[in-house]
Design a protein around this ligand. Structure first.
Ligand code: ADP
Ligand code: MG
Length: 222
């Protein structure tokens, strides 16, 4: 039977393939690194150092890919998360990058909590805010809202950045999809898999030249 995969299923299967490849590639690379280190003990050649640096880059990419494709492997306790507080402290990390960007926080229903893996969420929101900042070239605005409705916590992140072309929207979250010169294309993969792993939903609305909004909802604790 033919079946058209929705975006989420597509993402999950791409993620699985990516994680499988990462796993398979990581092992031989680790072995090569071991032999390279042995070689360095008996031989000295400037290329050996360069080889090790490049090998480490590849290993880090594989490590990141494994982590983002399979967030359920991340062993972390489930805790009750105060998103308003976490978002406020997260913004402090970006303080020195905010000279041209106005940040508006509209955080309501502060008493609502979500149960989840805190570090995964922190990384996900870090990735979203980083993207929003990178989308703003000169002056701009980032707006973060938080409210509770019908047993869902809604978090929205809006920026007045470059926006995303319509035909690229369904590529978002696919590993290695990036429009940036030095992008990894793993940030949104981490975001999407984290939100989905916690039973949440994420969608995006964007207009070229005007900006982007990510809509996230997560089930309220209890
Ligand atoms: P990276 O930031 O390394 O490129 P991401 O996975 O974080 O990878 O994002 C993938 C791509 O999605 C980006 O390269 C960019 O094209 C697009 N994108 C994500 N967030 C935004 C945003 N807020 N505004 C405009 N484009 C965005
Ligand atoms: Mg990014």
């Amino acid at each position: 039977t033919e079946k058209i995969l929705n975006n989420r299923e597509k993402l999950a299967s791409i993620g699985q393939i990516a994680a499988g490849i990462a796993h398979e590639v990581k092992n031989p690379l680790t072995a090569v690194k071991g032999f390279l280190q042995l070689l360095k003990e008996s031989h000295s050649h400037p290329y050996l150092q360069t080889m090790e640096i490049e090998l480490d880059k590849a290993l880090l990419t594989m490590q990141n890919l494994l982590q983002v494709s399979k967030p359920d492997l991340q062993e972390e306790p489930l805790v009750s998360i105060d998103f308003c507080k976490e978002l406020e402290s997260l913004m402090l990390l970006f303080q020195d990058k905010l000279y041209n960007v106005e940040v508006e926080m509209d955080l309501r229903d502060r008493e609502t909590r979500v149960i989840g893996k805190k570090n995964l969420f922190l990384k996900a929101f870090f990735n979203l805010i980083k993207n929003a900042l990178e989308a703003i070239s000169e002056k701009g605005k980032i707006r973060i809202t938080h409210y509770c409705e019908n047993q869902w916590v809604h978090i929205q992140i809006t920026d007045t950045g470059v926006g995303i072309p319509k035909e690229k929207l369904n590529m978002l979250g696919t590993p290695f999809f990036s429009s940036k010169m030095d992008g990894t294309g793993l940030g949104l993969t981490q975001v999407y898999t984290t939100i989905h792993e916690h039973g949440g939903h994420i969608s995006v609305d964007s207009k070229c030249g005007e900006g982007t909004t990510f809509y996230i909802r997560l089930p309220v604790a209890g």
